[in-house]
Write a protein that binds this ligand. Sequence first.
Ligand code: ADP
Ligand code: MG
Length: 225
Amino acid sequence: MSEHALLELKNINKSYPLGSEKLQVLFDINLTVHKSEFIAVRGPSGSGKSTLMNIIGCMDTADTGEYFLADEAVHLADDKTMTRLRNRHIGFIFQKYQLINKYDVLQNVIMPLLIRGVPRAEAIERAKVTLAMLGLENRLKHKPNELSGGQQQRVSIARALVGEPDLLLADEPTGALDSKTGEDVLTLFKELHSQGHTILMITHDAYVGAQAQKELHIIDGKLYE
Ligand code: ADP
Ligand code: MG
């Protein structure tokens, strides 16, 4: 892996079964993300963005190619190692937040720490600090569906940040928000970037993509600078 690279994809190919055939979705993807970069990958619907995000997020594996994350060879990892890499290194932010509605805000945010084996009392303290940083200190006992979309997205950003991941991986993070609230989320991403966080944001939206430090394009499963 090159120096200061957080992750490196080399000639990644991915296909899905389609009847007796297969549908190739990613073609020879090469991508290096360095620490503290804020990169957008922009492309139209169906271009392979979520497929790429799932591979980078250690939720799915490529057919061929190499993937290194924080000096680990993900393409050689077994399921158990993939789970550990995902939990240790990646904070996920989704278009539809993916919060658990029967749990309150605090319970949602401590979850990744509990999975990692952090003691409950410590997890609660860390979650409270992160939620306060995002202006949610008065929402700890609220259920997600009692909050606005913008607040729910901030809870999901708190959940992504609480484990101090190396990479924030966001798939259409403003896709479900009105433009003002979406702007607030982008401002927050810029602040996190200026604090040294590494962010990879996937979007179909030209304005959203232009807010990143660097924008790449994905078209029909091929990645372009
Ligand atoms: P995007 O996020 O850019 O809209 P996706 O990565 O979701 O694109 O999908 C890319 C292509 O792969 C689409 O043609 C989609 O129908 C197909 N695809 C995605 N996931 C699967 C799957 N699990 N099984 C079969 N085909 C899939
Ligand atoms: Mg998608």
